[in-house]
Every structure is written in structure tokens, then in C-alpha cells.
Ligand binder design. Structure first.
Ligand code: ADP
Length: 776
């Protein structure tokens, strides 16, 4: 630069340019591709400058540079402390307008995914209103001259005149009425351009000076540092917020206990986190042909959903499902059915998010925007995907849970309804499950609902009545030592004193790793089976004994008669023997008849032929028959004078009376009086048979009317009999609507009481109550 003192009064262009520190007439050159190649100084004719003008200009320029430098420093200071993208952009843009003196200045961020420059902040000095109008909208990258290449290679694009510059897209600039344009790229750490700062001059081309470019670049660099910091910070903040959001969603969706609440939680979370107005979630079946569960934040009604979009009807949904990636569909992009759906719900845009677990497509979520179409970045889509992933997992979890619960419920129902008792223990021997049958078996129905209250140890006994120590019980051995036991029989005694014989099969429960988890025991009540077996044994021994006795007699008498006859004795000599044989045969016939009756009764095929029977007559005849069989006993009959009619099977009633009287005779071996009385009591005819016999011991008295039961005193003394007479008699009486009971007994005699309903009164069923016994 020339010293001002030595300057001539008139300066050449070159001299003036030297003083000003600029190129004389900045001629910029571009190559064929439109790349800025060089700035050349070229003498422009004979133009000359007055010294003092040049010095004044130089001075003004120095001033501008100094003040601009101050502003830049201030801006640098101001933005150094700010991490807010918008604040930084605002400060830089305002300063830029001041320093560079452009009519417009704006900062855009580059969204490579969508191919857009997205506005961050803009100032329009000459047309403030246009800021909101023009700069608030994203600009498609391909529409702009500052394409990626220009910015990424040189970092700056300068269009002196947008009408003529080869890089320019005059149509776009004409719309904005911008004649001169500078764009400065901002690069992030990763090296690629993340944003652009633009400067614009309206109306006519602006003479772009070197310092314009210099300031634009400095401000761009300033913005670059500040914005990339703020951007990083914002990114971190967003990541943090999104991680938190994902956490919140995770908590929310997993708090649902059932599918419906999980779906509702999921869609509410998605709508909130994606700042949408409403949403719906559809769960699909495996082949995605039907919606099997749905929830929505706006109630469209079931019919809407049902009649709504089937997956096959929606190409967009099909694509989202196929690509397994979310997509934002606007009403204008919606097709066919989908379009009608958008219109009827007045949806502007819908973000379709697939719900995918590791490998399965579970369903789809729609979050709807009713007022606008949101601008979603790649990050936003990833975020939506991450949220949806959590929802999908939660849905899958609940589904599995529900399926497992159902299986458990089914299993529980099977266990509950089993016709066998089931008790389950954990490995420490604690009872964790008692099914209803087992609970009832032990007489503790409440234990089915509260296994803890169940303590069967208290009541397990050996057959001889000694208690079984807990540690010896099969189920405990199975739980503790893994032993398997089959058909172990023991007795249980219930709180009410009743007993049962139980057969148990116990085995350990082992998981797939072979680890012992506890034990299970299956219990069967074998009381009836055992009783039957005992009865069968008794029956066989009784019947064979009972038949053997007369047979022995018959055989003996037969031999005797034969011997007598061969020895020439007369027929008269053997007749008494033959008569006795006849009696024994009759006795056998009776026995067999009783047995057959018993069978018929049990099979329900003992027919009764009912007729009017006069009891006093019947009793007279029975008395006579009984008296004819004994001399030792005196049978006294006490019946009313008047007839007492009942409806009865004459022959069967005779059978009952004969049985009672023959017992009275048989079990009073020393003879004595037997009383037979008939009383007419209200609606009942009451008959009593009393003897002075051996009585019935207390033990087993309650079993007197069971078939094959015989008192201990009679078994010991070898009284003949099969123990079916009383069982048969009671059965016959009951089929007449009456009762037969042992009224009293002592070692000096017994009284049996038989009550039969009198005609017309039978239906009332009310029996006379005797003061003495309180029984009918
Ligand atoms: P059975 O007399 O053939 O043994 P029952 O069924 O008639 O069979 O009687 C069952 C049991 O009841 C008898 O074995 C006996 O122990 C007892 N029993 C019945 N009647 C009398 C009675 N009058 N006195 C004493 N014991 C009786």
C-alpha cells in the first residue's frame, strides 16, 4: 500500500485499489462448470480518482472494518455462552445484516434425508413480512443453486447477479426478488455441511466486495462453531429426553396387566411422545389379514374400526409392514380406502409405525396430525421406531402372559375338577396347592382356596390306628428326597371323626434341568373299594358257613337213612330223618331266597305288589308261624280290636315280621317272653318287637342295618345267620314309606320299632314323635 503522504492528487485505478486494499474492479471469473476460479485486478479504462476521495473512502472502509470487527467480537462473545440453536441463529443473523449490509439474511439447517433446507432463523430488512412467509418454509435442495457440491467443496457460493450467473436458478430468485446472493456452508465435526447461512440483496445486482465475502465467511464460521455446539447440545438433550421418553413409555406400556390396557397405554404414549393429536393401534393376526385387538385415543366406535382399514386395503400400511419402517403419509398421498379413512377422520397426516418384535410383525400404530403435516427428521423416525419397538415388546409380553394365564387356568380347572385328590408341595415341604377333591376328602373344603390352612399331617394313620410321622408320608419323601411311591395306603380321620382309607401315589416335580421343585401326590378314596372287598370276604365265609351247616346235616341224615334202609329197616324208621332233611333244604332255600332278594333290592328290581293289608290279621298269622318254631319262647300279641289297614306288599311285610320274630327267638337263647305290639299313632301304624335276649353291643350298633353286618356277640357265639335279614327288612319297609329302627337294647333284651304310614296320611310324611326316644 502507498503511504498517503506520497500520493499524487489524482490516482490511477491501481493506485486507488492499493490505497483501499481492494482489487481495482473486482472481476470474478468462473470456469465452464460455474466454479469460482479467481478474482483478478484489471485496469478499467482511464478512470481516475481524486486523492482526497480515495483517502476518505479508505478511512470509511477502515471504520467499517473496525466496527465490523467489534461487532464480530461482540457476537462471538454473545453466542459463546448460548447453547440454544434459535438464540444463536438470531444473534448471528441480526449481526450479519448490520455488518454485511444485505437486505436479507437467513440460516437454514440441512436435512439430507428429506433433501430440504429447513429454516432456523431469518431476517428481511426490506420486507419484514416475508420472513414469516418465505423463510418459514423448507426449501428443496435441488431448487437452490447452492447445491451440495458447491457448498461442500468451496464452502461458499457467490452469485453477483442471479439473473446471469451460471449457477443461478433465476426462477427461484425471481420469486424472492433476490438479485445478489451469497451462501456460506457450515460444517459440523463430521465434515459435512449441516447448515447454510444466506445473504440476499433485492432488486438490482449488488457489487460484492472482498470484505463482503470476508465478513460473510467470518460470520458463517462464527455461526458454524456456535451452531454446531448448540446442535450437539440439542442433540444430546434430545437423545437424553428421548431416552427418558422411551423409559417412560416402557414403564407405561408394561404397567398394563391385560392386552386392552396395554394397547391403550401404548397408543397414548405414542401420541404424547410424537406430539400428535390422536392415534390408534391395531394388533394383527400372524398373517396380517385381520385386526385382533385395537385401542384408540379418540373414540371412533367399534364399527369404525371394524369397517376401517383392512391391511390389504392400504398399500401404505402394506408397505410399512413390508419395509418394517415407519412412514408419514399425508392425506394427499393416501390412496383408495385409505384416502376415505383420512377424509372421514379429518386427518392431515398420519405416521404409520409398525410394531415389530425381534422377528414378528405384531401390528401397526397410527398417530394422526389433524392440523398440519409435521416435519420429521430421520431421528424422529428412529425415535418413533424405538418407541414402537417397546410397545410391540410389551404387547407381545402381555399376549404371552395372557396365553400362559389361560393355560394355567385351564390346567387349574382340570386339577380342580379331577376325580382324584391332588396336593402339591414345594421343595421345603410346604403345601402350595390342594384341589377341591382333596380338600373335601380331608373334610376341609376351605383348604382348596387357602392351601396354607391345610395340614393333613395331623390326620394320617396306619391301618392299626397309629399316627404316621410326617417325614414318612409319601409326599414328603417325594418333596424332600425325590422318592416316588405308588399305592401307599393310609387312613385319614376328619375333624368330625369320620375316617377314610386313602391310596396315594407321590412323585417329585422336577424341571427340565433336573432340579427338584417339589412334589405332587394323587389321592384316591379307596374306602368303598376296601369295604366292598371286606364285605365280599365276609360274604363268602358267611355264605359258605351257612350253607355248609345244613348240607352237613343233610349229608349225615342221608347216609343214616341209606344205611338203615340197606339194613332192612322200614321206611317209617327213616321218615323222621327225611323230614329233617326237608327242613334243612327249606332253610337253605330261605338263605338263597334272602340272598336273591338282596341282589334284586340292590339292583332296584324287587317289585312290590301293593294292596290293602290288615295289620292285626297279618300279625296274628306271623305270631302263629313263629310260635310253631319254638317251645322255649312265649310270644305275646297286643293289637287293637279294630282293623288297621295299610297299603303294603303282603308277602314282603310277612317276610319282615318273620325276620324280626325269628331274630327275637334266635337271639334270646334262654327263651322267655317276646312281645309283639301294634299301636295306632296319628298317621302311623307303629309295631314293636321286644325280646328278653342277649342285646346288641354298643360297638358297631350303628352298622346294624348294613348288609352282612353281625354283632360281635353273635359272631363269637356262632349263632347262625348271614347278616342280611335286617338290611333287607329296612329296605322293604323304607320302600313302603316307613321306618325300621332299633329302639332300645340292653344285655337283657332288645326292641325293634317299625312304623308304616296309614293311608292318606303318607304324603304328609309327619311321624308321631314319642316322648321317650324322640324318634318316629
Ligand atoms: P342275622 O340274624 O342273619 O345275623 P340280621 O340282619 O337279621 O342277620 O341281623 C343282623 C345282626 O343284628 C345279627 O347278627 C345280630 O347281631 C343283631 N340282631 C338282630 N336282631 C337281634 C336281636 N333281636 N337281639 C340281638 N341281636 C340282634
Amino acid at each position: 500500500m502507498l503511504a498517503s503522504d506520497n500520493l499524487p492528487e489524482v490516482l490511477s485505478v491501481r493506485q486507488a485499489a492499493d490505497v483501499l486494499g481492494i482489487h481495482p474492479d473486482t472481476v470474478r471469473r468462473w470456469d465452464a462448470q460455474g466454479k469460482l476460479r479467481a478474482i483478478r485486478i484489471g485496469p478499467r479504462g482511464a478512470r481516475q480518482y481524486a486523492r482526497h476521495d480515495v483517502l476518505r473512502l479508505s478511512h470509511a472502509q477502515d471504520e467499517r472494518t473496525r466496527s465490523a470487527q467489534r461487532v464480530v467480537v461482540e457476537v462471538a462473545r454473545a453466542i459463546a455462552g448460548s447453547l440454544d440453536l434459535h438464540d444463536v441463529a438470531k444473534t448471528v443473523v441480526h449481526a450479519a445484516v448490520n455488518i454485511v449490509g444485505s437486505d436479507r439474511c437467513a440460516i437454514y439447517l440441512v436435512n439430507y434425508d428429506q433433501g430440504l433446507y429447513e429454516p432456523l432463523f431469518a431476517v428481511d430488512v426490506k420486507m419484514p413480512d416475508s420472513t414469516a412467509l418465505f423463510y418459514a418454509n423448507p426449501v428443496p435442495m435441488q431448487a437452490m443453486p447452492m447445491d451440495r457440491l458447491g457448498l461442500e467443496q468451496d464452502g461458499i457460493v457467490v452469485l453477483d447477479d442471479t439473473e446471469t450467473h451460471p449457477l443461478s436458478n433465476p426462477d427461484v430468485f425471481r420469486r424472492f426478488n433476490t438479485r445478489t446472493f451469497i451462501a456460506v456452508g457450515m460444517r459440523g465435526d463430521e465434515g459435512s455441511v449441516f447448515g447454510v447461512m444466506t445473504f440476499g440483496w433485492r432488486d438490482k445486482p449488488h457489487f460484492v466486495r472482498d470484505d463482503d465475502v470476508f465478513f460473510a465467511q467470518s460470520l458463517g464460521a462464527l455461526a458454524e462453531v456456535a451452531l454446531s455446539n448448540a446442535r450437539l447440545f440439542a442433540q444430546r438433550e434430545q437423545e437424553r429426553a428421548r431416552a427418558l421418553a422411551i423409559n417412560t413409555v416402557l414403564r407405561n406400556v408394561n404397567s398394563g396387566r391385560d392386552l386392552s390396557s396395554t394397547l391403550t397405554n401404548a397408543i397414548t404414549s405414542l401420541v404424547n411422545q410424537l406430539h400428535a393429536d390422536e392415534g390408534a393401534i391395531w394388533m394383527t393376526n400372524a398373517d396380517q389379514t385381520a385386526v385382533i385387538g385395537a385401542a384408540e385415543t379418540r373414540i371412533y366406535g367399534q364399527s369404525r374400526i371394524g369397517a376401517g382399514l383392512l391391511l390389504a386395503d392400504s398399500p401404505n400400511i402394506a408397505q410399512v409392514a413390508a419395509k418394517q419402517a415407519p412412514a408419514l403419509i399425508t392425506i394427499n398421498e393416501a390412496l383408495g380406502e385409505e384416502r376415505r379413512w383420512f377424509e372421514s377422520l379429518e386427518v392431515q397426516a398420519s405416521l404409520f409405525v409398525p410394531l415389530i418384535t425381534q422377528d414378528a410383525f405384531v401390528g401397526i400404530a397410527f398417530v394422526n396430525y389433524l392440523q398440519h403435516t409435521p416435519h420429521l427428521t430421520g431421528d424422529d423416525f428412529s425415535f418413533a421406531n424405538a418407541l414402537a419397538g417397546q410397545c410391540a415388546l410389551a404387547i407381545e409380553r402381555v399376549r404371552l402372559l395372557e396365553a400362559a394365564e389361560q393355560r394355567a387356568a385351564e390346567l387349574e380347572a382340570v386339577i380342580e375338577q379331577m376325580g382324584e385328590g391332588l396336593i402339591m408341595l414345594d421343595r421345603d415341604g410346604r403345601i402350595v396347592l390342594v384341589n377341591r377333591y382333596a380338600a373335601q376328602l380331608y373334610g376341609m373344603p376351605e383348604a382348596a382356596d387357602d392351601p396354607g390352612s391345610f395340614n393333613p399331617l395331623l390326620c394320617a394313620y396306619n391301618h392299626d390306628g397309629t399316627p404316621i410321622p410326617p417325614e414318612e408320608l409319601p409326599v414328603y419323601r417325594a418333596a424332600r428326597y425325590g422318592e416316588t411311591t405308588t399305592n401307599v395306603e393310609f387312613r385319614i380321620r376328619r375333624a368330625d371323626g369320620s375316617e377314610s382309607i386313602i391310596s396315594g401315589n407321590a412323585s417329585p416335580i422336577v424341571n427340565s434341568e433336573g432340579e427338584r421343585l417339589g412334589a405332587v401326590v394323587i389321592l384316591q378314596d379307596v374306602t368303598a373299594r376296601r369295604k366292598l372287598e371286606t364285605e365280599k370276604d365276609q360274604f363268602l365265609s358267611i355264605v359258605s358257613h351257612e350253607l355248609k351247616t345244613p348240607l352237613t346235616t343233610i349229608k349225615g341224615l342221608n347216609d343214616l337213612a341209606r344205611r338203615r334202609l340197606t339194613r332192612g329197616r322200614s321206611v317209617d324208621d327213616v321218615l323222621p330223618n327225611l323230614e329233617t332233611v326237608g327242613q334243612q333244604v327249606q332253610r337253605m332255600e330261605h338263605l338263597i331266597g334272602d340272598l336273591l332278594d338282596m341282589r334284586r333290592l340292590e339292583n332296584g328290581v324287587l317289585p312290590l305288589s301293593m294292596a290293602s293289608v290288615n295289620l292285626p290279621t297279618l300279625l296274628h298269622e306271623a305270631c302263629e308261624r313263629a310260635q310253631a318254631t319254638t317251645d322255649k319262647h312265649k310270644i305275646l300279641l297286643d293289637v287293637p280290636e279294630a282293623p288297621v289297614f295299610v297299603q303294603a306288599d303282603h308277602r314282603r311285610l310277612e317276610q319282615v315280621l318273620d325276620n324280626l320274630l325269628s331274630n327275637a327267638i334266635k337271639y334270646s337263647p334262654n327263651g322267655g317272653i317276646i312281645e309283639l305290639t301294634l299301636l295306632h299313632e296319628n298317621a302311623w301304624a307303629v309295631l314293636r318287637v321286644s325280646d328278653r335276649g342277649i342285646g346288641i353291643p354298643e360297638h358297631g350298633r350303628e352298622r346294624l342295618f348294613e348288609r352282612f353286618y353281625r354283632g360281635a356277640n353273635v359272631v363269637a357265639s356262632e349263632y347262625s345267620g348271614m347278616g342280611i335279614g335286617l338290611a333287607l327288612s329296612r329296605n322293604i319297609v323304607e320302600r313302603h314309606g316307613g321306618t325300621l329302627e332299633l329302639e332300645s337294647t340292653s344285655p337283657t333284651g332288645s326292641t325293634f320299632r317299625l312304623a308304616l304310614p296309614l293311608p292318606n296320611q303318607a304324603a304328609t310324611g309327619e311321624q308321631p314323635v314319642e316322648q321317650t326316644t324322640g324318634k318316629p
